[in-house]
Design a protein around this ligand. Sequence first.
Ligand SMILES: *[C@@H]1O[C@H](CO)[C@@H](O)[C@H](O)[C@H]1NC(C)=O
Length: 315
Amino acid sequence: MKTILPLLLFATACLGDLATDPVLYPYGPSEGDRVTPKKDDGYIGPISISDTFIFFGKKHNALYVNNNGVISFGVAVSKYTPDAFPLADGSPFVAPYWGDVNNEITGTVYFRESKDPKLLDRISKDMKIYYPNLDYKAKWSFVATWDKVAYFGSRSRKTNTFQAVLTTDGKRSFIILNYGPITWTTGKASGGDPLTGLGGIPAQAGFNSGDKTNYFNIPGSRTPDIVNIKKTSNVNNPGRWVFEVDKFRAAGGCVFEANFVRYNESFWKDPTCETKCTCNMEGDVDCEEEWCSSNLLCEPANWHYSCKIGFRQCF
Ligand SMILES: *[C@@H]1O[C@H](CO)[C@@H](O)[C@H](O)[C@H]1NC(C)=O
């Protein structure tokens, strides 16, 4: 017994590793998923969908699943190096991880439209946690999963797994972006190192509504930090980002000029720290005139400014 027990524990740990990441909704052949062509920069579409999906005020009845980590409306996306949002050409799309996937090397892109009550119930329950006041009941969903996909020019065995879920109750619509293991950021043609899949212009995650104001970059997008996306979240569930997209709201906080601010968090928006803004619990940013207190200095902090303890030079 004494020797068998550690072995059993080891076996259990291994089984755990094989099981699907809990942040991902079920996918694959057992769920009846279809697959996109195994082709570099490939895509499938337009795929008709049975319910209308409202994306920033526009109604969509078809979509494209693009191998390079994008679900798009109206037009396929074969571009492999991500452009910064907002896109100049106004393409509306959802980008769980826009980068140079090549699943001719390895990996599969699965997708399905689903009204399976079990899945819809799970989505509704998750949304109840993120939006406790909404009482959202999912009526439709679309699940696309990039399963263990390689990057263009790969000379490693690295793969990425991620998923985008679209859901609507006919009125409100949401996107849920889920991340399994993410190990590469960049294909060779985007300046990446074939041996590591890193460097160059890294992948971009978020979405582009098609207009100039509604877009969102998950922090780290197009920087080396995007490889850590699985550790980040706006809903306190590492590896998951959730957005309401019929009109723009981000769970867990506010959006200010495409930047995410947590509930109750404050920042100064001007380089002289004269206007202080706070994200309120309704998801709106309130700004009012407020200066740094006299012992603090106004300093740049990421995309905004903050009042910090500093050394004031006296003359
Ligand atoms: C934000 O502040 C309000 C009022 O002080 C408080 O009720 C609420 O729980 C806070 N929310 C978070 C997420 O910290």
